[in-house]
Design a protein around this ligand. Structure first.
Ligand code: NAP
Length: 277
């Protein structure tokens, strides 16, 4: 009986995770496979029950199931409980535990880019599941938080996580919200392939000086948002580093072994080229 890890999401066909994790399993000589399984919303219970079988070591969970999966699990880590969303399921003593590695994945990548956050102001654009992880991560290291979203009530719901100032996603709102910011995070899918000519940064809005622009979108490898930011003299990065780190942390929970991060990044970059070919 061979062991597998599964990705539960819908759709999953463009995920980089199978390539990244299968390369990691091979690299440490582990005879495991990572399978992306498209799970329509009505089939989530069946998919979680499949994870309970002994040949499954755990799962990643992605859109649209990150919040819906919570009541189907046996427990949550404090991080997943605080964020209210799960991207990783692992087993402990036969129980399914939900965790969230997005927040730690983001912090690790910001650290790698030398972005300091304590007592600095962060603007997050968007207020969905990933924004919740960004808020938890940045609040946890002492940043002041601002959120600009098209649905004000969705942005206000982030206040159950941290003290958040809410702004409208309009040129005026974003200009006010970004004033003095050290970090601007795109936590929307705007600009993602195939819509590569779109950006969450509205035309005519000036970037603050000396900020870092971070786009959670990693396909395309360079987004219009990061290009706009660099053209304005800012440093910028897309979210591939976060993807690799959140995957590495999940890998370590499933296998109990140190993740081969360089190999995972190489495999993710290669797959990104393949899916865009
Ligand atoms: P989500 O839960 O669907 O939330 C998306 C957010 O963006 C919502 O606030 C949504 O507003 C807003 N939005 C979507 N389209 C918009 C538009 N045209 N104009 C203004 N706002 C818009 O998705 P998510 O899970 O947070 O993911 C967001 C992005 O982060 C995705 O591209 C995902 O791939 C990426 N991500 C990357 C990583 C990584 O490791 N790099 C990890 C997690 C997520 P409404 O609710 O009003 O639609």
């Amino acid at each position: 009986m061979s062991t597998f890890v599964t990705l539960i999401g819908y759709p999953v066909s463009h995920s980089l995770s199978p390539a990244m994790h299968n390369a990691a399993f091979d690299s440490i000589g582990l005879d495991w496979r990572y399978k992306a399984v498209p799970v329509e919303p009505g089939r989530l219970v069946d998919a979680v029950n499949r994870v309970r079988q002994p040949d499954c070591a755990g799962a990643n969970v992605t859109v649209p199931h990150k919040q819906a999966v919570v009541p189907l699990l046996d427990g949550l880590t404090p991080v997943a409980e605080a964020i209210g969303a799960v991207n990783t399921v692992f087993k402990r003593d036969g129980k399914l535990i939900g965790h969230n590695t997005d927040a730690a994945g983001l912090l690790a990548d910001l650290y790698a880019h030398d972005v300091a956050l304590a007592h600095r102001t962060v603007l997050i654009i968007g207020a969905g599941g990933a924004a919740r992880a960004v808020v938890a991560a940045c609040a946890g290291v002492g940043a002041r938080l601002r959120v600009a979203a098209r649905r004000r009530e969705q942005a206000e719901s982030l206040r159950n996580l941290a003290d958040v100032e809410v702004f409208d996603l309009t040129p005026l709102g974003v200009m006010q919200a970004s004033d003095g910011c050290a970090l601007i995070v795109n936590a929307t899918p705007i600009g993602m392939t195939p819509n590569i000519n779109r950006s969450p940064w509205l035309a005519g809005t000036l970037f603050p000086l000396d900020a870092f622009a971070y786009d959670l979108v990693y396909n395309p490898p360079d987004t219009l948002f990061t290009q706009q930011a660099r053209a304005a003299g800012l440093r910028a990065a897309t979210g591939l580093g976060m993807l690799v780190e959140q995957g590495a942390l999940a890998f370590e929970l499933w296998t109990g072994q140190s993740a081969p991060r360089d190999r995972m990044r190489q495999a993710a970059e290669m797959e990104l080229m393949v899916v865009n070919f």
